[in-house]
Design a binder for this molecule. Structure first.
Ligand code: FAD
Length: 322
C-alpha cells in the first residue's frame, strides 16, 4: 500500500508540466513511504520512448493503456483496475480540470478519500497528509485518509524536478472499459484567442485588468507579451465584461500560475486575483492609483498611466532585442 499511482496527461507528443510536477512529488512521497511511484499514461499510440521519459522525474514504472485521449472515463477504468489489483495506497494528480474529473470519479470507484486544490503533502506516521488552502487562502486545512487517498494538486503546486534516474520501464496494460466510459467522445480540441499559449506553462505573463478601459486595450498587453515571448492573462472583471476569454482568467475562480515574471497592468489586486498569481517569482504592477492593493505584494510598482507605459516598455524591449 506504500506505492503511489500518478496520472501523467499527454497531449501531442509531450507531458504537461503539472503532470511532471505530480510525478516528481509522488516519487518523493513514495520514497518516504518506502514504496514506488508508478505513472499512468492513457492515450492513443503514445511511444514507449516518450512514456519512459517519466522515469527522469522519478517514476519507477510507467503503466500505459491504449484508449481515447483527453477523457476521464477510460483513465478512471485504468486506475481503478490498478487499485483493485492491490499495492496502491494513493493516487496523485497535477491539477487541471481533467485531473479534478478523473480524481473525483476514481475516489468514488475505489472508495477513497479525495482532496482537491492541494498545495502541499507530508508523510506522518507512514501516511500521507494533504494541505489545502481554505477561506480565500487565509487558512490551511489538513486532510488525513482512513483508507486510500486521492490527492489532486492546485495548478503549479508541485515543482517539476528531474532526478537523473533515466528512462523507466514501460508496461502495457489492456483494460476492458465500462460501456459508459467510452460514451463521451472528443469531438474537437479548439483554441481561443489568448489561449493559444498555455498560460500555466508561460514563463512571462502580461496580465490586464479593468484599467485597460476596453476590450481593445488588450492589444497593449498582447504587444508587450509578443516581444517578451510571453502570454496574456486577465482578471475576472474583464473576463466577465467579455473583453478577454475565460481561458486567460487568473485567480480563485480561474487559473493559478507561477511564472518567472507576472506583469499586472490596470489590476487592483483583489484577494481573489492575488491567490492565483502570488506564487509568481517577480511581480511588476502598473497602476495609476498609488494606493492600489496590488502594490502591497509587488516586487516593483510603477505608478502611472498604462496607456503611456505599456507601449514604451514594448518599444524598449524591441530596441534591446535589436
Ligand atoms: C467569489 C469571487 C470570486 C472571484 N474570482 C476572481 C478571480 O478568479 N480572478 C479575479 O481576477 N477576480 C476574481 N473576483 C473579482 C475580484 O474581487 C475583483 O473584482 C477583480 O479581480 C477586479 O479586477 P480588476 O483588477 O481588473 O478591476 P478593478 O478592481 O476595477 O481595478 C482596476 C485597476 O485599474 C487601475 N487603472 C485604471 N485606469 C488605469 C490606467 N489608465 N493606468 C493604470 N491603471 C489604471 C485602477 O486604479 C484600478 O486599481 C472574484 C470575486 C468573487 C466575489
Amino acid at each position: 500500500m506504500s506505492n503511489i499511482l500518478v496520472y501523467a496527461l499527454h497531449y501531442e507528443g509531450a507531458f504537461n508540466k503539472n503532470s511532471l510536477g505530480a510525478v516528481a512529488e509522488a516519487s518523493r512521497l513514495a520514497g518516504e513511504l518506502g514504496g514506488e511511484a508508478h505513472a499512468v499514461v492513457v492515450g492513443q499510440g503514445i511511444a514507449d520512448d516518450l512514456a519512459a521519459t517519466l522515469g527522469n522525474y522519478g517514476a519507477k514504472k510507467v503503466i500505459k493503456a491504449e484508449a481515447p485521449e483527453g477523457l476521464a472515463g477510460p483513465v478512471i477504468d485504468v486506475m481503478g483496475n490498478l487499485f483493485d489489483g492491490g499495492g496502491y495506497g494513493y493516487a496523485v494528480f497535477g491539477g487541471g480540470l481533467l485531473g479534478f474529473e478523473i480524481g473525483a470519479g476514481l475516489a468514488a470507484r475505489v472508495d477513497a478519500g479525495v482532496t482537491m486544490e492541494v498545495t502541499g503533502v507530508n508523510v506522518e506516521g507512514g501516511k500521507l497528509v494533504a494541505e489545502r488552502p481554505i477561506l480565500g487562502d487565509s487558512s490551511i486545512s489538513t486532510s488525513r485518509y482512513k483508507g486510500k487517498g486521492i490527492i489532486i494538486a492546485r495548478l503549479n503546486a508541485f515543482e517539476v524536478k528531474e532526478t537523473g534516474a533515466g528512462a523507466a520501464a514501460v508496461e502495457d496494460v489492456a483494460v476492458e472499459f465500462k460501456p459508459h466510459s467510452l460514451k463521451a467522445q472528443m469531438v474537437t480540441r479548439g483554441e481561443q484567442r489568448g489561449a493559444d499559449v498555455n498560460i500555466e506553462d508561460a514563463d512571462i505573463l502580461v496580465a490586464g485588468g479593468r484599467g485597460l478601459g476596453k476590450a481593445e486595450g488588450f492589444q497593449l498587453c498582447e504587444d508587450l507579451a509578443g516581444v517578451l515571448g510571453g502570454a496574456v492573462a486577465a482578471t475576472r472583471a474583464v473576463v466577465d465584461a467579455g473583453w478577454y476569454p475565460y481561458a486567460a482568467q487568473i485567480g480563485q475562480t480561474g487559473k493559478s500560475v507561477a511564472p518567472k515574471l507576472y506583469l499586472a497592468a490596470g489590476i487592483s489586486g483583489a484577494i481573489q486575483h492575488k491567490v492565483g498569481m502570488q506564487a509568481s517569482e517577480n511581480i511588476v504592477a502598473i497602476n495609476k492609483d498609488a494606493n492600489a492593493p496590488i502594490f502591497e505584494f509587488s516586487d516593483l510598482g510603477i505608478v502611472g498611466d498604462l496607456n503611456k507605459i505599456l507601449p514604451k516598455l514594448t518599444e524598449a524591449v524591441k530596441a534591446r532585442k535589436g
